[in-house]
Design a protein. Structure first.
Lengths: 585, 88
């Protein structure tokens, strides 16, 4: 995953964000603004057809929400969804929309926006507070229709197999485009940690990001070879380059086929130690991939991304619905739901700009300061826990008081739900992310207070070594195998397990095949990685003996430099004849 | 055409659930149905329209019904108002 500098003129260099090789024609995706344009259209009939599609799609989404909302929240509170569905069938509104599209020859997005906004203005003009709130409900339905109109437009633009070349891409775009025939992504900006990169890895779509100028150098329809292992793209390749890469693709497919045989096998060492391998998930669509890849549950459900489409924090119903669906789909395995980790590189609420957001108001600090938001999420998680396969995890915990205060809040929510006669898992398991060095130091104390610890290596390493891995100048100092890093991880595992906490890892390090023997040897109970990595990791674990891995770990923990540790690990791989996908390409 | 005036008598006013019910009732009839308040005339068969009406407890609305089944439409919808949207 390094930048390579090959001077050839038809080579585009970037960061290897998601592995895989693809050969396809380029499709330049210039993102339309979310704001609706005032463009004139020529074909009113097809515009109306798109409108009908978007209305139907919206109705389908809302009906799904309604049925579960009614069941879980009662008819009265579900009334708003019913009214929203009725709006999609409102004969007066529909008539007005189609008439305006025909007469004014404006895009359906424009007409929907303009027309529904009129009603909202009428509501907002009222002095009654509830009318202003109602105007927000109307905003929701308006945005839903517009979103569906834009999706339709996008999908119809991508025909045949393409490599999408774009300036920047959001995770939502990634998902959306993945439903088409997208073979890969190349972006101008973005890094390894961008969520789009993470989603691409999970969906097994190769990605090369941060190329700076791909959208300028590539033309629509150019043939591209992209190599997501090395972070390069070859523009309009010659015959020999094509043949070489086609051969690589074939070998990779063969390797993948061999791996999938392991799907239903446990990740168990040759001498019988099983490591639970779970998946990290950003959006519900990834569950299918996770199951296909043989993941035993969801080890990290990042909740920020699921609601990425929304401008404000989602309400309890919306959250409960999604968590419940995820828990049902993954049952009898578990889903570990991480409370909103807002702030840092994700998003800051309400324009609060901080000079140093990574060390600022984020994670559990933000949640405890915004009790209503936090309670909404806790209640939604509890509601989704009826099948007893849901766990809650707290992000960015630094001090014991944060856990203690959260537990009080959870108790409050449980009491409320009991009062409301809502069912939930009374023994909902609670855990924390260990990603701030102070939490690592206090692993023993935390282990006594919670059920599980999950090591988040991305932040832990950054904080431990005081290095921003997104900063090109210092990113070489971000070292997974730094002796202080591995000793800290070992300390967390030992102290955590001593006090009966289940210890797992959900950071990027767990997805690094090179790190697996060491992590197994240090005694980790579970690993959570992006779905696509699961078969690779399982394969390595199944060739290992716990005994030899433990010895490797013990030796590494004695070493004092990065180079010695890396060398020892690499030696371990050659000695044990472990092969990885990287070797093929 | 028939014209009628009604008063909102339930505590919560014309909130979302009754708005939806009124529109559903109106849809059963051929008669055109308009609700007038503060100089604004809203088509009673449009949910998004009816939702724009801010009508708290005690407010008065005038309604017009026009069409072959206007009598029955007026009766049924008025009844629903007079029952306090079945929330009393």
């Amino acid at each position: 995953m390094k930048r390579k500098n090959i001077p050839d003129s038809n080579i585009i260099n970037g960061i290897a964000a998601a592995p895989g090789i693809a050969i396809a024609k380029a499709y330049i995706y210039s993102k339309e603004k979310i704001e609706v344009s005032n463009e004139t259209i020529t074909d009113a009939d097809s515009a109306i057809e798109s409108l009908m599609y978007a209305l139907q799609r919206s109705k389908y989404e809302l009906n799904k929400i309604l049925s579960i909302a009614t069941e879980k929240m009662g008819e009265k509170r579900a009334a708003i969804f019913e009214a929203q569905i009725m709006i999609l069938d409102d004969p007066i509104l529909l008539n007005q929309l189609t008439r305006r599209i025909e007469k004014e020859k404006k895009s359906p997005e424009y007409v929907v926006n303009d027309e529904i906004t009129k009603y909202q203005e009428m509501m907002a003009a009222s002095d009654e507070l509830y009318m202003k709130e109602r105007s927000h409900d109307i905003e929701d339905i308006k945005n839903r229709i517009i979103r569906n109109l834009q999706k339709k437009k996008l999908q119809s633009n991508i025909k045949g197999e393409v490599i999408v070349v774009t300036h920047n891409i959001t995770p939502a775009d990634t998902i959306l485009l993945s439903r088409g025939n997208v073979k890969g992504y190349i972006t101008d900006i973005g890094g390894l940690t961008s969520h789009a990169a993470i989603v691409s890895r999970s969906l097994k779509i190769p990605a090369v990001v941060g190329t700076h100028d791909a959208t300028i150098r590539v033309q629509n329809g150019d043939l591209i070879i992209m190599d997501g292992f090395h972070g390069i793209a070859i523009l309009n390749p010659d015959e020999s380059e094509l043949a070489r890469y086609k051969d690589k693709i074939e070998k990779l497919e063969q390797f993948d086929k061999e791996l999938l045989v392991l799907k239903d096998e446990p990740a168990i060492t040759t001498d019988g130690r099983e490591i639970i391998i779970r998946g990290n998930i950003d959006i519900p669509d990834e569950i299918t991939h996770l199951i296909q890849n043989g993941g035993k549950g969801i080890g990290l459900l990042r909740t920020e991304q699921i609601f990425g489409d929304l401008t404000s924090f989602p309400n309890e119903e919306e959250q409960a619905l999604i968590y419940f669906e995820m828990a049902e789909k993954i049952y009898p395995e578990v889903v570990v739901i991480r409370a909103f980790d807002v702030g840092g590189d994700k998003f800051l609420p309400h324009d609060i700009k901080e000079p140093n957001p990574f060390l600022g108001w984020r994670g559990i600090r933000f949640l405890l300061d915004n009790e209503e938001i936090f309670k909404t999420q806790i209640r939604a998680v509890l509601k989704a826990s009826v099948h007893k396969n849901v766990k809650l995890m707290l992000p960015m915990v630094a001090s014991m008081s944060e856990v203690i205060n959260t537990k009080k809040l959870i108790q409050k929510c449980k009491d409320e739900l009991k009062e409301e006669k809502v069912k939930f898992d009374a023994h909902l398991k609670l855990g924390i992310m260990v990603e701030i060095p102070s939490a690592a130091v206090l692993a023993r104390e935390f282990a006594k207070e919670v059920d599980f610890l999950s090591i988040g290596t991305n932040d832990l390493i950054q904080f431990l070594l005081a290095v921003d891995r997104g900063n090109d100048i210092v990113s070489v100092h971000y070292q997974e195998f730094h002796p202080a890093v591995i000793r800290t991880i070992s300390h967390i595992i030992k102290d955590g397990q001593k006090h009966k906490a289940f210890v797992s890892m959900c950071g990027e390090m767990a997805g690094d095949t090179l790190a697996i023997p060491l992590l197994v040897g240090m005694g980790l109970d579970s690993i959570s990685v992006s779905s696509a990595s699961i078969p690779y990791i399982k394969r390595i674990i199944r060739t290992l003996s716990y005994k030899s891995a433990r010895q490797l770990a013990e030796e590494c923990l004695q070493l004092s430099t990065l180079d010695e540790i890396t060398e020892k690990i690499e030696h371990f791989f050659t000695e044990n004849l472990i092969k990885s996908a990287q070797d093929i390409v | 055409m028939i014209e009628r005036t009604v008063q909102i008598i339930n505590n919560a006013g014309l909130h979302t659930r009754p708005a939806a019910t009124i529109v559903k009732l109106a849809a059963k009839f051929k008669a055109e149905f308009f609700i007038n308040k503060d100089g604004l005339s809203i088509n009673g068969k449009s949910i998004i329209g009816v939702m724009t009406l801010a009508a708290e407890k005690g407010s008065k609305l005038s309604m017009t019904f026009d069409g072959e089944d206007e009598e029955k439409a007026a009766e049924e919808i008025l009844n629903y108002f007079n029952r306090g949207f079945d929330e009393l």
